[in-house]
Ligand binder design. Structure first.
Ligand code: PEP
Length: 266
Protein backbone atom coordinates (compact mmCIF):
# COMPACT_ATOMS: atom_id res chain seq x y z
CA UNK A 1 0.00 0.00 0.00
CA UNK A 2 1.32 3.44 -0.91
CA UNK A 3 2.07 5.66 2.10
CA UNK A 4 0.90 9.27 2.33
CA UNK A 5 2.95 12.05 3.88
CA UNK A 6 1.04 15.32 4.00
CA UNK A 7 2.37 18.68 5.12
CA UNK A 8 -0.09 20.97 6.86
CA UNK A 9 1.56 24.37 6.60
CA UNK A 10 -1.16 26.05 8.72
CA UNK A 11 -0.68 29.86 8.77
CA UNK A 12 2.88 29.56 7.44
CA UNK A 13 5.15 30.70 5.82
CA UNK A 14 4.64 34.44 6.37
CA UNK A 15 5.61 35.61 2.88
CA UNK A 16 5.35 34.51 -0.75
CA UNK A 17 9.12 34.69 -0.84
CA UNK A 18 9.39 32.08 1.91
CA UNK A 19 6.75 29.88 0.25
CA UNK A 20 8.79 29.95 -2.94
CA UNK A 21 11.97 29.07 -1.05
CA UNK A 22 10.29 26.08 0.63
CA UNK A 23 8.93 24.86 -2.71
CA UNK A 24 12.34 25.33 -4.34
CA UNK A 25 13.90 23.13 -1.67
CA UNK A 26 11.17 20.49 -1.94
CA UNK A 27 11.14 20.32 -5.73
CA UNK A 28 14.91 20.24 -6.02
CA UNK A 29 15.12 17.33 -3.60
CA UNK A 30 12.18 15.44 -5.11
CA UNK A 31 13.28 15.82 -8.73
CA UNK A 32 16.89 14.80 -8.18
CA UNK A 33 18.74 12.69 -5.71
CA UNK A 34 16.00 11.93 -3.20
CA UNK A 35 13.44 10.59 -5.63
CA UNK A 36 14.17 6.85 -5.36
CA UNK A 37 14.00 7.15 -1.57
CA UNK A 38 10.45 8.44 -1.58
CA UNK A 39 9.04 6.33 -4.41
CA UNK A 40 6.67 4.48 -2.04
CA UNK A 41 5.17 7.70 -0.80
CA UNK A 42 2.57 10.14 -2.10
CA UNK A 43 3.50 13.64 -0.94
CA UNK A 44 1.02 16.46 -0.53
CA UNK A 45 1.24 19.97 0.95
CA UNK A 46 -1.55 22.17 2.26
CA UNK A 47 -0.66 25.88 2.13
CA UNK A 48 -2.97 28.67 3.31
CA UNK A 49 -5.64 29.90 0.87
CA UNK A 50 -3.60 32.96 -0.07
CA UNK A 51 -0.77 30.78 -1.38
CA UNK A 52 -2.84 27.93 -2.79
CA UNK A 53 -2.94 29.01 -6.45
CA UNK A 54 0.77 29.80 -6.64
CA UNK A 55 1.72 26.56 -4.88
CA UNK A 56 -0.60 24.46 -7.07
CA UNK A 57 0.76 26.06 -10.25
CA UNK A 58 4.30 25.48 -9.11
CA UNK A 59 3.61 21.82 -8.27
CA UNK A 60 1.84 21.06 -11.55
CA UNK A 61 3.67 18.26 -13.34
CA UNK A 62 5.55 17.26 -10.16
CA UNK A 63 4.76 14.25 -7.98
CA UNK A 64 3.59 16.48 -5.10
CA UNK A 65 -0.13 17.23 -4.73
CA UNK A 66 -1.64 20.36 -3.20
CA UNK A 67 -4.52 20.62 -0.75
CA UNK A 68 -6.51 23.33 0.99
CA UNK A 69 -6.65 23.37 4.78
CA UNK A 70 -10.41 23.94 4.86
CA UNK A 71 -13.42 24.88 2.71
CA UNK A 72 -16.70 26.70 3.25
CA UNK A 73 -19.52 24.86 4.99
CA UNK A 74 -22.11 27.19 3.51
CA UNK A 75 -21.84 26.74 -0.21
CA UNK A 76 -19.96 24.42 -2.56
CA UNK A 77 -19.66 27.20 -5.14
CA UNK A 78 -20.49 30.89 -4.56
CA UNK A 79 -22.46 33.06 -2.14
CA UNK A 80 -22.52 35.86 0.43
CA UNK A 81 -20.11 34.22 2.88
CA UNK A 82 -17.42 36.78 3.64
CA UNK A 83 -14.03 35.27 4.32
CA UNK A 84 -14.92 31.80 3.04
CA UNK A 85 -13.47 29.87 0.10
CA UNK A 86 -15.67 27.22 -1.49
CA UNK A 87 -14.80 23.70 -2.64
CA UNK A 88 -15.26 24.86 -6.23
CA UNK A 89 -12.86 27.79 -5.74
CA UNK A 90 -10.29 25.53 -4.09
CA UNK A 91 -10.52 23.01 -6.94
CA UNK A 92 -10.27 25.86 -9.45
CA UNK A 93 -7.13 27.07 -7.65
CA UNK A 94 -5.56 23.70 -8.48
CA UNK A 95 -5.98 21.74 -5.25
CA UNK A 96 -6.95 18.10 -5.53
CA UNK A 97 -7.70 17.62 -1.83
CA UNK A 98 -8.75 19.49 1.29
CA UNK A 99 -8.05 18.87 4.94
CA UNK A 100 -11.25 18.97 7.03
CA UNK A 101 -11.93 18.89 10.76
CA UNK A 102 -8.43 19.76 11.94
CA UNK A 103 -8.51 20.16 15.73
CA UNK A 104 -7.47 23.81 15.40
CA UNK A 105 -10.56 24.41 13.23
CA UNK A 106 -12.71 22.50 15.72
CA UNK A 107 -11.22 24.47 18.64
CA UNK A 108 -10.99 28.02 17.25
CA UNK A 109 -13.96 27.92 14.87
CA UNK A 110 -16.29 25.63 16.82
CA UNK A 111 -16.68 23.27 13.86
CA UNK A 112 -19.58 20.93 14.64
CA UNK A 113 -20.78 17.60 13.26
CA UNK A 114 -23.25 19.34 10.91
CA UNK A 115 -20.68 21.87 9.75
CA UNK A 116 -18.21 19.09 8.91
CA UNK A 117 -20.91 17.02 7.22
CA UNK A 118 -21.66 20.01 4.95
CA UNK A 119 -17.98 20.58 4.22
CA UNK A 120 -17.36 16.92 3.41
CA UNK A 121 -20.38 16.81 1.12
CA UNK A 122 -19.31 19.99 -0.70
CA UNK A 123 -15.75 18.74 -1.11
CA UNK A 124 -16.70 15.36 -2.53
CA UNK A 125 -19.38 16.84 -4.80
CA UNK A 126 -16.66 19.08 -6.28
CA UNK A 127 -14.35 16.08 -6.71
CA UNK A 128 -11.94 17.14 -3.99
CA UNK A 129 -10.40 14.39 -1.89
CA UNK A 130 -10.82 14.80 1.88
CA UNK A 131 -8.26 14.32 4.64
CA UNK A 132 -10.60 14.09 7.64
CA UNK A 133 -8.92 14.80 10.99
CA UNK A 134 -10.12 13.24 14.23
CA UNK A 135 -8.62 12.87 17.68
CA UNK A 136 -9.15 13.27 21.40
CA UNK A 137 -8.04 16.00 23.81
CA UNK A 138 -5.66 15.40 26.71
CA UNK A 139 -8.59 15.23 29.16
CA UNK A 140 -10.40 12.70 26.98
CA UNK A 141 -7.21 10.65 26.63
CA UNK A 142 -6.67 10.71 30.41
CA UNK A 143 -10.28 9.60 30.91
CA UNK A 144 -9.70 6.73 28.43
CA UNK A 145 -12.38 8.14 26.14
CA UNK A 146 -10.31 8.07 22.92
CA UNK A 147 -12.39 5.49 21.06
CA UNK A 148 -15.70 7.01 22.16
CA UNK A 149 -14.61 10.44 20.91
CA UNK A 150 -13.37 8.99 17.64
CA UNK A 151 -16.62 7.11 17.06
CA UNK A 152 -18.56 10.36 17.51
CA UNK A 153 -16.29 12.14 15.03
CA UNK A 154 -16.44 9.30 12.47
CA UNK A 155 -20.24 9.54 12.54
CA UNK A 156 -19.84 12.40 10.03
CA UNK A 157 -18.81 9.77 7.46
CA UNK A 158 -21.65 7.46 8.45
CA UNK A 159 -24.17 10.29 8.03
CA UNK A 160 -22.61 11.31 4.72
CA UNK A 161 -23.17 7.79 3.38
CA UNK A 162 -26.76 7.78 4.64
CA UNK A 163 -27.53 11.16 3.05
CA UNK A 164 -25.51 10.81 -0.18
CA UNK A 165 -25.18 7.10 -1.00
CA UNK A 166 -24.11 8.06 -4.52
CA UNK A 167 -20.80 9.32 -3.05
CA UNK A 168 -19.71 5.82 -2.01
CA UNK A 169 -18.36 5.06 -5.49
CA UNK A 170 -14.62 5.69 -5.38
CA UNK A 171 -14.79 7.07 -1.82
CA UNK A 172 -11.99 4.81 -0.59
CA UNK A 173 -9.61 6.67 -2.95
CA UNK A 174 -10.94 10.12 -2.08
CA UNK A 175 -11.14 9.91 1.70
CA UNK A 176 -8.25 9.63 4.13
CA UNK A 177 -8.66 9.70 7.90
CA UNK A 178 -5.91 11.37 9.94
CA UNK A 179 -5.83 10.38 13.62
CA UNK A 180 -4.34 13.33 15.47
CA UNK A 181 -4.53 13.34 19.27
CA UNK A 182 -5.00 17.03 20.10
CA UNK A 183 -2.47 16.76 22.93
CA UNK A 184 0.22 15.55 20.53
CA UNK A 185 -0.10 18.40 18.02
CA UNK A 186 2.84 20.78 18.21
CA UNK A 187 3.75 19.62 21.72
CA UNK A 188 6.54 17.10 21.15
CA UNK A 189 4.44 14.54 23.05
CA UNK A 190 3.42 11.39 21.19
CA UNK A 191 1.35 8.34 22.06
CA UNK A 192 3.12 4.99 21.89
CA UNK A 193 3.15 3.29 18.51
CA UNK A 194 1.10 0.47 20.07
CA UNK A 195 -1.58 2.98 21.13
CA UNK A 196 -1.69 4.55 17.67
CA UNK A 197 -1.80 1.12 16.05
CA UNK A 198 -4.73 -0.03 18.19
CA UNK A 199 -6.62 3.21 17.52
CA UNK A 200 -6.02 2.93 13.77
CA UNK A 201 -7.27 -0.65 13.83
CA UNK A 202 -10.44 0.58 15.51
CA UNK A 203 -10.85 3.37 12.93
CA UNK A 204 -10.41 0.95 10.02
CA UNK A 205 -12.90 -1.51 11.51
CA UNK A 206 -15.42 1.25 12.17
CA UNK A 207 -15.17 2.58 8.61
CA UNK A 208 -15.56 -0.94 7.20
CA UNK A 209 -18.68 -1.39 9.35
CA UNK A 210 -20.24 1.65 7.63
CA UNK A 211 -19.92 0.11 4.17
CA UNK A 212 -18.02 -2.80 2.59
CA UNK A 213 -16.48 -0.32 0.15
CA UNK A 214 -14.63 1.28 3.08
CA UNK A 215 -12.56 -1.76 3.93
CA UNK A 216 -8.85 -1.12 4.50
CA UNK A 217 -9.05 2.68 4.35
CA UNK A 218 -5.95 4.84 4.54
CA UNK A 219 -5.42 6.09 8.10
CA UNK A 220 -2.58 8.51 8.88
CA UNK A 221 -1.09 9.47 12.21
CA UNK A 222 -0.47 13.14 13.03
CA UNK A 223 1.01 14.83 16.09
CA UNK A 224 4.66 15.78 16.57
CA UNK A 225 5.94 13.46 13.84
CA UNK A 226 9.53 14.38 13.00
CA UNK A 227 12.61 13.01 11.28
CA UNK A 228 13.67 11.19 14.47
CA UNK A 229 10.45 9.36 15.33
CA UNK A 230 9.00 8.77 11.83
CA UNK A 231 10.59 5.33 11.43
CA UNK A 232 8.91 4.02 14.57
CA UNK A 233 5.46 4.95 13.24
CA UNK A 234 6.24 3.93 9.67
CA UNK A 235 7.05 0.31 10.48
CA UNK A 236 3.60 -0.33 11.97
CA UNK A 237 1.28 -1.88 9.38
CA UNK A 238 -1.75 0.01 10.72
CA UNK A 239 -0.13 3.42 10.11
CA UNK A 240 -0.42 4.36 6.44
CA UNK A 241 1.46 7.65 6.58
CA UNK A 242 1.64 10.93 8.46
CA UNK A 243 0.01 14.33 8.61
CA UNK A 244 2.84 16.65 9.54
CA UNK A 245 2.70 20.22 10.86
CA UNK A 246 5.92 21.78 12.16
CA UNK A 247 8.31 19.36 10.48
CA UNK A 248 6.71 20.02 7.07
CA UNK A 249 8.04 23.59 7.04
CA UNK A 250 11.56 22.43 6.26
CA UNK A 251 12.09 20.34 3.13
CA UNK A 252 14.78 18.30 4.86
CA UNK A 253 12.65 17.09 7.77
CA UNK A 254 9.54 16.63 5.61
CA UNK A 255 11.44 14.47 3.14
CA UNK A 256 13.13 12.51 5.93
CA UNK A 257 9.65 11.56 7.15
CA UNK A 258 8.67 10.59 3.58
CA UNK A 259 11.80 8.46 3.32
CA UNK A 260 10.92 6.64 6.55
CA UNK A 261 7.45 5.73 5.26
CA UNK A 262 8.78 4.88 1.83
CA UNK A 263 11.36 2.50 3.35
CA UNK A 264 8.61 0.81 5.32
CA UNK A 265 6.49 0.14 2.22
CA UNK A 266 9.44 -1.38 0.31
C1 PEP B 1 -0.98 19.11 12.63
O1 PEP B 1 -1.24 20.24 12.98
O2 PEP B 1 -1.73 18.49 11.84
C2 PEP B 1 0.22 18.48 13.18
C3 PEP B 1 0.31 17.18 13.11
O3 PEP B 1 1.15 19.32 13.73
P1 PEP B 1 2.60 18.91 14.34
O4 PEP B 1 3.20 17.92 13.39
O5 PEP B 1 3.35 20.19 14.41
O6 PEP B 1 2.33 18.29 15.66
Amino acid sequence: MQAWVIGNWKQNPATSHDVKALLDDLLTAVSTKEQPDIAGCQLMVAPSFIHLTAVSERLEGSSILSAAQDISAHSASTGAYTGDCSAQQVADAGAAWTILGHSERRQYHQESHDCLLNKMTHALMQNLGVVFCIGETQAQYDAKKTLVVIDTQLAVIKDLLAQKPELIAGLSERLIVAYEPVWAIGTGKVPTVAEVSATHQHIKQTLASFNDALENMTVLYGGSVNADNADSFAVDSMIDGALVGGASLKAESFLAIAQAFSRATA
